[in-house]
Design a protein around this ligand. Structure first.
Ligand code: UT7
Length: 340
């Protein structure tokens, strides 16, 4: 592996991974609840009260995939952080909606953004994509095998949503967020993480066809098997229990209470899941960050989209907890100290 360091000495000894810059790309098209009522048997009132979502962004246009949004976010990131693309050594893309099964969307984004000296790959961890990817990158940074990393979280969920299925269609939106991650030169950055998988979840939230088990056929297309299937109530129950537990685990082993946590950012799947966890944690409203009303569920992109949205509010050293739950099942929590 190439590291842009001529001596190849170990770059950082047990240093925290810190976000040095964060940028987002949001497609222009706003799909409102009102418009959804013209497409399926639903209402603004049902969607708002059952999910908290009012609108979501949709990427329109022929042959535009996740890499299109990811590359736009990375271009902004390189510009705003004054980074030369050739300095980047690692590109990770967290996505469940890659442009295609292979090559990795990370590779396509690298090509589009002239990132020529990097290696990288995609991470598929459902809606925990950001949490798992950040923990992975933090390990690389601690080990000294990466020093300037671009993490792109991007989803074109509209490409796998069945707009004939009113139980899943209102939930999801498209977006991409790119972050520049480096070793911290102080005590900020990723402090702790707690992560889990449980394959029981594969029965309740999946995209059945398009992989090696059920390759695309006329039948899989006719059965709508290339779209998201979700048994919502079951996923809801697992999400509340597991996000609550993993957050409490991280809090107790780091001596955190609601007095010293500055912000809590949950995965933006459903306002009722978020409120149930808020109640469990006894979390005051002003510490809970949400934007589900404007962007819906953007899977592994949802937590970084909140980070980006609220970044002006954070101060160096703020204690931020981020917790996700998604397909797999996958779930986990990061304890992060804002570092810019
Ligand atoms: O991000 C990955 C993890 N995913 C999640 O965390 C999502 C977890 N699940 C959920 O957020 C919720 O379960 C949903 C939002 C998916 C569904 O909400 P729910 O309160 O669990 O509704 P339900 O599935 O129990 O359905 C209640 C009723 C049903 O009608 P009946 O059988 O009671 O007559 C549905 O047919 O609501 C009906 N319904 C709708 N009505 C109007 C379902 N979708 C709609 C709709 N508009 N869009």
């Amino acid at each position: 592996m190439h590291l842009p360091n001529s001596n190849n000495e170990k770059i950082c000894e047990m240093r925290n991974a810190v976000i040095k810059g964060i940028e987002a790309y949001l497609p222009e098209y706003v799909l409102t609840n009102q418009e959804l009522t013209t497409m399926m048997d639903t209402s603004d009132e049902w969607i708002t009260t059952r999910t908290g979502i009012k609108e979501r962004r949709i990427l329109k246009g022929e042959a535009l995939g996740t890499s299109y949004m990811g590359a736009k976010a990375v271009e902004k990131l390189l510009q705003s952080t004054g980074t030369n693309p050739e300095e980047i050594d690692t590109v990770i893309c967290a996505t469940v909606t890659p442009d295609m099964p292979f090559p990795a969307t990370a590779n396509i984004i690298s090509d589009k953004c002239h990132i020529l000296n990097a290696w990288g790959y995609d991470i598929n961890a459902g809606c925990s994509g950001f949490i798992f990817s950040f923990a992975t990158i933090a390990s690389m940074i601690k080990a000294g095998t990466a020093r300037k990393v671009v993490l792109v979280c991007g989803e074109k969920m509209s490409s796998i949503v069945d707009y004939g299925d009113r139980t899943t269609a209102p939930l999801f939106g498209d977006a991409a967020v790119a972050m520049l991650i480096e070793a911290s030169d102080d005590d900020n950055g990723l402090i702790d993480c707690d992560m889990h998988v449980d394959g029981v979840g594969r029965r309740f939230l999946y995209q059945k066809a398009g992989g090696s088990k059920y390759p695309a056929t006329m039948e899989t297309v006719a059965e709508h098997a290339h779209y998201i299937f979700q048994e919502g109530r079951t996923v809801f129950r697992y999400a509340v229990t597991n996000m609550g537990n993993t957050t409490q685990t991280v809090m107790s082993r780091n001596g955190l209470t609601m007095d010293n946590v500055d912000f809590f950012i949950p995965h933006q799947a459903n306002i009722r899941i978020i409120q149930a966890i808020q109640q469990q944690l006894n979390l005051p409203d002003e510490k809970l960050l949400i934007n589900i009303d404007r962007f819906g569920n953007t899977a592994g992109t949802s937590i970084p989209l909140v980070l980006w949205d609220y970044k002006e509010r954070f101060r160096k050293g703020d204690n931020i907890l981020m917790s996700a739950f998604g397909a797999g099942f996958t779930w986990g929590t990061l304890y992060y100290k804002w570092g810019i």
